[in-house]
Ligand binder design. Sequence first.
Ligand SMILES: C[S@@+](CC[C@H](N)C(=O)[O-])C[C@H]1O[C@@H](n2cnc3c(N)ncnc32)[C@H](O)[C@@H]1O
Length: 295
Amino acid sequence: MHQNKNKNHIPVLLSEVIKVLDPRINDSYLDLTAGFGGHFEAILSITKNPLESYLIDRDQFAFDYLKQKFKKLGVKIIHNDFLNASKELVDSKIKVDLILADLGVSAYHLNDAKRGFSFNLNGPLDMRMDQRQSLTAYDVVNKYSRDRLIYILKEYGEEPKARVISDLIIKNRPIKNTFDLAQIIRKVWKNSRVDPSTRTFQALRIEVNQELDLLEESLKMWLKLLKPDGRLGVISFHSLEDRIVKNFFKENGSYDYLKQVKILTPKPIVPSRYEIVNNPRSRSAKLRVVVKIKT
Ligand SMILES: C[S@@+](CC[C@H](N)C(=O)[O-])C[C@H]1O[C@@H](n2cnc3c(N)ncnc32)[C@H](O)[C@@H]1O
């Protein structure tokens, strides 16, 4: 069962990650969002250092998969969100040569109707990456105040019709399934080029999983975990995440050697047309990489 689901996830920007992160033999590696280990496998084939490889994922299924596949090699596999896991690694005084965060959900999440991430599949309004947490998209949709809903749709979904959608959501409560929610949103946007649910679903996912707060808090931990000359790469999938990464790298880095890090990607690296055709999920990916200068 693991194998089939894993096949759905293709690691994005793989050759670009290898080129810019530049793994070398014996490098230690921390994967903050290991998923199904696609990036890790490619990196491990170069570093050949499983004993100093750390894989984090907060999803139970990904964690079980990683454990089954890599634990016997001596790889450390951690079931936690990357902020808490990074804090623990900092406390343990771990430092590594390479760090990668490939943010967001995997194809496995999107393709499993039960997880409720996709408006193309009917499922419960769930959207939790970590199944141990209690807050679900159902709670946000059905229990949040009008003001809070409007705020989330505006800030996390950049939804221009946040008010109208929030009012319709409230009028139709309780909303139980992804299809019911998508139908309500489609009534507001009748002739939209992209599915108008995209923005609301993004907003709900960010709220349920606290994606932006975790990223913002974690970035400073990641610099602490890097050895001098260590490289940190972050792949983001929407402009809100990318802005956080870009601003953080700018504040802490420069294009010369005066600050903590040097920016290796003055412009983010994006997928080739070829990759987008083969893996449409990659189309919004942006990779930014820095190298650590000082400890
Ligand atoms: C895009 S997938 C990564 C795929 C992976 N690079 C590969 O090649 O298989 C993102 C993964 O990160 C996990 N994830 C997202 N946010 C996380 C967080 N804050 N802490 C830990 N894991 C997270 C998700 O559960 C998902 O499995």
